[in-house]
Design a protein around this ligand. Structure first.
Ligand SMILES: Cc1cc2nc3c(=O)[nH]c(=O)nc-3n(C[C@H](O)[C@H](O)[C@H](O)COP(=O)(O)OP(=O)(O)OC[C@H]3O[C@@H](n4cnc5c(N)ncnc54)[C@H](O)[C@@H]3O)c2cc1C
Length: 532
């Protein structure tokens, strides 16, 4: 049986050949590609739940038609990344995309096809061709994960430990030899050692008070690697979705951009259509411009609302059933009422620096998916490239690990993990509000310095390992944001609103360097911009 049921009291140190932390798309795809070699997947939430992968609505970008080419896909990726995309990485990723989509089909993902059996593709913003492979409208993530979960459950060489929360890497002298994890229901720790550890823990959205990401996306993997001394890259770059529905839900539901495409406008409490004074295309300006406009109205106390009354009106329920149902559940009828919106943390372009094989700077440690920084996204992600990056790099990691001699007789008896639940939230509210207010859509020197001081205090004072890890992840984002004194892609500094060619490089930093930057920021000293 690939999926084990065990007794928490028997929790003890155990080992395997390959350990993958995270059961989203990157983790499961890697596990399937590693098989038949034995692999253990450690995941906080049950596989298929608690992952951004299952929530993806758009699909996967891949040049799979006659009218499209990987070169065009790579060009669009480079253009979106505002000067920081590694062009070789983007091109190789685009070239591998059709093969990875074919493998997903082989695992049983029901991508939409025409009557002749060819993949159907649709278009998304900033793509020069129709190249998004989807499943029945907006259900790609759910369908992809359902197929992979079924494939994993059928693969005897994959054991899945659900309800285990990785808290530390076991490492010494720059070599990673395993993980330390907590069984969420029994609140006990265990160590799992292995020849190869792959972090696939997803993004950082939950570090922010308003986010589209699941609670599990709290930068734990980023913090684990940082604390073990790994090199990180581009951590300042976070993408914000401009119009999450602000009804106090956590995570925040999305008001799809298609609403604005269909004529819905953005107004403040006084009824002013504020995007008109900010951009010639008003509500249809690029995502980051709209996110800043919405953020500024809220920060000024004027509020921001989506007004679909005229443009969509009584057709709302039929044309946007998901958004309609969400609003109605919150007592808002979007056909007649204004819908309150706010920008939400959505995607982390930065992460653990990895090379083209997915190797981190630490021996024995690989990283895949949103937790990694491959150089494919630069300062801003092109829509639907993140699921693609997850499968491309997960496959490369599996191949790289496949070249290692297996660890004979490594697997030991399993432990009971029990029903998974996240630990009771330590008081993370202050940290999340700090991140939204000062390390979010609009950043300043003073705000970032304040955030760095407070993040340091929260890390020192907290008794919760999970909250301390969140603070470490917050620190590496805020420190890099403080150091980059320009605006580019997802990073906007109102005190340095223009891009600066001299800073047009990727940035790399370790946790020690981030702590040094935090000290300089809080002492009011200025660090020169340095890419590495
Ligand atoms: C609402 C929404 C819509 C999106 N739409 C699209 C789209 O259409 N196309 C696209 O390309 N991208 C989209 N994205 C982005 C994309 O979904 C993610 O970037 C991608 O799924 C990340 O995959 P992952 O495997 O790296 O992480 P995830 O799928 O988030 O999986 C992370 C896993 O790690 C586990 N985990 C986390 N911390 C720990 C820990 N400490 N110990 C143990 N386990 C842990 C979690 O339980 C989970 O299993 C969307 C994101 C969101 C939130």
């Amino acid at each position: 049986m690939p999926h084990d049921v065990h007794n928490p009291r028997s929790l003890h140190a155990h080992s395997d050949d390959v350990i993958i932390v995270g059961g989203g798309l990157a983790g499961l795809f890697c596990a399937l590609r590693v098989s038949p070699r034995p692999v253990t997947v450690v995941t906080a939430a049950p596989i298929g739940e608690g992952s951004s992968s299952a929530w993806a609505q758009g699909g996967i970008a891949a040049a799979v038609t006659q009218e499209d080419t990987p070169e065009a896909h790579a060009r669009d990726t480079v253009a979106a990344g505002a000067g920081l995309v590694d062009e070789q990485v983007a091109l190789a990723m685009a070239r591998e995309a059709p093969a990875r989509v074919a493998e997903l089909l082989a695992y049983g993902v029901p991508f939409d096809k025409d009557l002749a059996g060819h993949l159907l593709v649709s278009r998304e913003a900033a793509h020069s061709a129709r190249r998004i492979v989807r499943v029945k409208g907006d259900t790609a993530g759910r369908a992809i994960m359902a197929a992979l979960v079924a494939a994993v459950r059928k693969t005897p060489s994959i054991r899945v430990l659900e309800g285990l929360w990785a808290e530390d890497l076991a490492s010494a002298g720059g070599v990673v030899s395993g993980i330390r994890a907590r069984a969420l229901d029994a609140n006990r720790r265990t160590t799992i050692t292995g020849r190869a550890v792959v972090l696939a823990t997803g993004g950082v959205g939950h570090l922010y008070a308003v986010t589209t990401n699941p609670q599990e996306a709290q930068g734990q993997g980023l913090a684990l690697a940082a604390r073990a001394g790994a090199m990180l890259a581009d951590t300042e770059f976070v993408q914000f979705h401009p119009t999450a529905i602000a009804i106090g839900w956590d995570p925040a539901p999305l008001a799809t951009e298609a609403l604005r495409g269909d004529g819905a406008i953005l107004v403040n409490r006084a009824g002013e259509r504020f995007m008109r004074r900010l951009h010639a295309e008003a509500e249809l300006a690029p995502r980051d411009v709209v996110a800043r406009g919405v953020f500024a109205e809220i920060a000024a106390g004027r509020g921001a609302f989506l007004d679909a009354r005229q443009a969509i009106g009584s057709a709302f329920a039929e044309r946007f059933p998901t958004v309609h149902a969400t609003c109605m559940a919150a007592g808002i009828d979007p056909a007649r009422d204004l819908v309150p919106v706010a920008p939400a943390a959505h995607y982390h372009m930065g992460g653990i620096a990895v090379d083209t094989r997915g190797r981190t700077s630490l021996a024995g440690l690989w990283a895949a998916g949103e937790v990694a920084s491959t150089g494919a996204h630069g300062a801003n992600r092109l829509a639907s490239n993140s699921l693609l990056e997850a499968v491309v790099f997960a496959a490369r990691i599996a191949e790289d690990i496949g070249g290692l001699p297996p660890r004979a007789g490594a697997r030991q008896d399993l432990v009971e993990i029990g029903a998974p639940v996240l630990p009771p939230p330590a008081d993370e509210t202050e940290l999340r509000q700090l991140m939204t207010a000062h390390v979010g859509v609009i950043r300043t020197d003073a705000g970032l310095a304040h955030a760095l001081r407070e993040i340091g205090r929260i890390e020192r004072e907290s008794a919760s390992p999970a909250l301390r890890n969140m603070a470490v992840a917050a620190l590496v984002i805020a420190a890099a944001a403080w150091r980059r004194r320009e605006s580019r892609g997802g990073h906007y500094r109102s005190d340095h609103p223009a891009a600066d060619a001299a800073q047009g490089q990727r940035t790399f930093l370790t946790l020690d360097q981030a702590r040094a930057l935090a000290r300089q920021a809080t002492e009011g000293r200025h660090a020169p911009f340095a890419a590495a």
